[in-house]
Design a binder for this molecule. Structure first.
Ligand code: ADP
Length: 721
């Protein structure tokens, strides 16, 4: 190779080498730059990481101290909790899901009296075993295995019922176990010995109180019996004394004796009834009864009081409502007596109206009846309306008592009504009057087995003379319902202008201003009128003695019971023109061993159109029953030889089927149980001594059979004028 070539070649190689070098240098430079950049980034990163590490380290330290603090807190809380658990008097233990004890406080462990095996770790089954082996719990007659089984069943149930256990030392504990989170059980033991003892003491105290209460009831029964028997003599004889010839002064004394005696009996009865209801000793005696008759009997009884004050007593019994119901007639009568008595007591002028309405029986044969007793009296201030139904509560305070009374009447009535599932309320406007209402739902009873009343000749024309609007309306409606046509007026003078021969009958009020009923009758006769005249009087006795009585054909007690009115009209307006049938006299038998009481009884009935026979004991009563065939019997209960109950049973057994002679008990007993006993013996009614004339007469009138003459001549008998 030439030199030149060699040189060229060398140059080329050098150039190549230089280029390579340059290239490598550039690469190196680039790499250096990259490296620098990396190094920078890296150092930044290192810096950051270092900072982070520091933060984490700081955090760690803090968490560590927090944790220690938390641990300390937990420990304190746990200590406090345990301390509390130890302090409470009740036993407290935890068990895990396998029924092993985790912990128990001293009170819980104390039950085991230091048996060492009972400690954390012990199982519930072992505990039960220890209990039966050591006799810690008094399990009575039960076999230990059986007891353990029962306790274990209980323990394993999802929600064990609390259990009371008796310890060997007669202490009582109540065990309450609660299953919690993850199957843990918390077991609580309370010592309830004090409670159990207290309960026992209470039971004992209650037993003693009940014994005392029974003793009190017996005492009351005896007392009432002891008081009633002589009171029968006092009140009865005073009554008779007043019928005899007395000077004004003597009459005042006699009437004071009678009224004081009666007032005393009212108080005794109220207190007795109230204590009976309180002791839940009062039982209702349900029987069929006639509500309308019951109300009229009541009105007859109260008439004298109302008349003395110049008040009108009115009865408005819904014509479409049945009259016979099943209920406790005695108690219903008692409620009505109280309401009616109050209405008369708290009314000075005007009237008292008893209104009976009702919802006629539905499919179940029970009717809801409303009885309202409306007065035109002093009324009750609105703020006292609730108060008066309370015990011993009256509108007036103790300081301004004007009216007699115990303040128990309405409380008793309310309780009785409640027992009958009824309601009682009052609406009142002071100065205008009050309206007491009761509502009762009672089964309707079958009609009585007496003959249907003979209805008066229909389409007859009646003239009603009655100043009192409410009374007039009631009478008018009754006559129209019976098929009569009625013309009404308010005074005698008007009646004289209305009277004409076509009028078949005149019904006039006795007590009218200007011209009274008897004067009107006389004037009608003078004017030549011959139609029958019926006088409605609040005081029939008084009317009977009036010379003007001769002008009227009948005197009716006012308000007239529907039945009495119908019977009278039937006699006055006979269905055919035949004379009314002659009726026989009613026969009454009274069995009474006490001579004084026989005298009082016969004196009370003087003037009645009845035939009265006495029997001196039960045996005689049975004999007289057969020979005399009485229409009704009054029967004393305690009599020698054969008592009244026995006699009644004998009579009932001998009676013809279908025949049923009403028997009314007369007794001084007034306590619960006696009544039930007496009625169970077959007696129908019950009168307590002292007997009241009006009660006896009301019973006789109620029992008068259709073929007998009305016992009270003034009441229903027509007398040819
Ligand atoms: P008593 O009549 O024996 O005082 P009650 O319990 O029967 O007891 O009545 C309580 C009170 O309610 C009466 O004292 C009276 O103040 C008031 N009262 C009851 N009925 C009426 C009435 N019809 N009019 C006005 N006040 C009445």
């Amino acid at each position: 190779m030439s030199l030149a070539n060699k040189l060229a070649e060398e140059r080329r190689a050098r150039l190549a080498a230089e280029r390579l070098l340059e290239q490598k240098q550039a690469e190196l430079h680039a790499a250096n730059r990259k490296l620098g950049k990396h190094a920078r980034a890296l150092s930044h990163e290192i810096h950051e990481t270092r900072a982070e590490v520091q933060t984490v380290r700081d955090e760690n330290l803090r968490v560590k101290s927090d944790l220690t603090e938390a641990h300390q807190k937990v420990e304190i809380a746990e200590r406090r909790l345990w301390h509390s658990i130890q302090t409470i008097e009740d036993g407290f233990a935890f068990f895990d899901a396998d029924s092993r004890m985790i912990a128990a406080n001293d009170a819980w462990l104390a039950v085991f009296e230091g048996v060492e095996a009972v400690q954390p770790g012990v199982s519930y089954i072992e505990i039960l075993q220890i209990i039966t082996e050591e006799g810690i719990i008094n399990i009575g007659e039960m076999a230990p295995a059986r007891w353990r089984e029962q306790m274990l069943d209980r323990w394993q149930s999802p929600a064990p019922e609390p259990e009371v256990l008796r310890l060997w030392n007669d202490h009582y504990i109540r065990l309450s176990d609660r299953r919690g989170h993850g199957g843990d059980v918390v077991s609580l033991v309370q010592n309830i010995t004090a409670t159990i003892r207290y309960e026992k003491e209470l039971k004992e105290a209650r037993r003693r109180a009940e014994t005392a209460n029974r003793a009190k009831s017996t005492f009351l029964a005896n007392m009432s019996h002891e008081i009633r028997t002589p009171m029968n003599g006092v009140v009865g004889m005073a009554d008779l004394l007043m019928d005899s010839d007395l000077s004004e002064e003597q009459r005042l004394y006699a009437s004071t004796i009678k009224h004081s005696g009666e007032a005393l009996l009212v108080i005794i009865n109220d207190v007795l009834d109230y204590s009976k209801i309180e002791a839940e000793k009062l039982i209702l005696h349900e029987a069929p009864f006639d509500l309308e008759r019951c109300i009229h009997e009541l009105v007859t009884l109260m008439q004298a009081n109302a008349r003395d004050k110049g008040l009108d007593l009115l009865v408005d019994y819904d014509l479409f409502l049945p009259t016979r119901f099943v209920g406790d007639p005695g108690r219903i009568r008692q409620i009505l007596t109280n309401l009616l008595g109050n209405a008369i007591k708290f009314t000075e002028t005007g009237h008292v109206l008893i209104r009976v309405t009702g919802v006629p029986p539905a499919a179940d044969d029970a009717a809801t009846i409303h009885v309202s007793i409306e007065d035109t009296g002093i009324g009750i201030p609105p703020d006292k309306v609730d108060h008066i139904f309370g015990e011993f509560n009256q509108v007036e305070g103790d300081r301004n008592r004007k009216f007699e009374g115990t303040g128990l009447g309405l409380a008793i009535s309310r309780k009785l009504i409640k027992m009958m599932h009824g309601d009682i309320w009052v609406d009142s406007t002071p100065g205008e009057g009050s309206s007491f209402g009761i509502s009762l739902t009672l089964p309707v009873a079958a009609p009585e087995d007496t003959a249907d009343p003979v209805l008066p000749r229909p389409a007859a024309r009646a003239l009603i003379v009655e100043p009192q609007t409410a009374s007039r309306d009631i009478l008018e409606r009754q006559l129209v319902a019976l098929g009569l046509t009625a013309v009404s007026c308010a005074s005698g003078a008007e009646a004289l202008t209305l009277a004409r021969p076509e009028i078949d009958i005149v019904l006039c009020d006795h007590n009218m201003a200007g011209m009274d009923g008897l004067e009107l009758a006389e004037a009608l006769r003078e004017a030549g009128h011959t139609m029958p005249i019926v006088l409605l009087s609040q005081n029939t006795g008084y009317a009977e003695q009036d010379p003007g009585r001769a002008h009227v054909q009948a005197v009716l007690q006012k308000p007239a019971p529907r039945r009495a009115l119908i019977d009278t009209l039937a006699t006055m307006l006979p269905p055919d023109s035949d004379a009314p049938q002659a009726r026989r006299v009613m026969r009454v038998l009274a069995a009474e061993d006490n001579k004084t009481n026989r005298l009082v009884f016969s004196k009370m009935l003087t003037g009645l159109d009845i035939e009265l026979q006495f029997a001196q004991n039960g045996r005689e009563a049975v004999e007289v029953f057969h020979s005399f065939r009485p229409d009704m019997i009054f029967m004393d209960i305690s009599m020698p030889e054969m008592d009244g109950k026995e006699a009644t049973r004998t009579i009932r057994a001998a009676e013809d089927p279908g025949a049923h002679v009403p028997i009314v008990a007369m007794t001084a007993h007034a306590m619960q149980g006696d009544e039930a006993d007496i009625l169970a013996a077959g007696l129908d009614h019950y009168l307590t001594k002292p007997l009241r004339k009006a009660d006896i007469i009301a019973r006789i009138i109620a029992a008068c059979p259709p073929d007998a003459r009305a016992p009270e001549p003034a009441a229903t008998t027509a007398q040819a004028g």
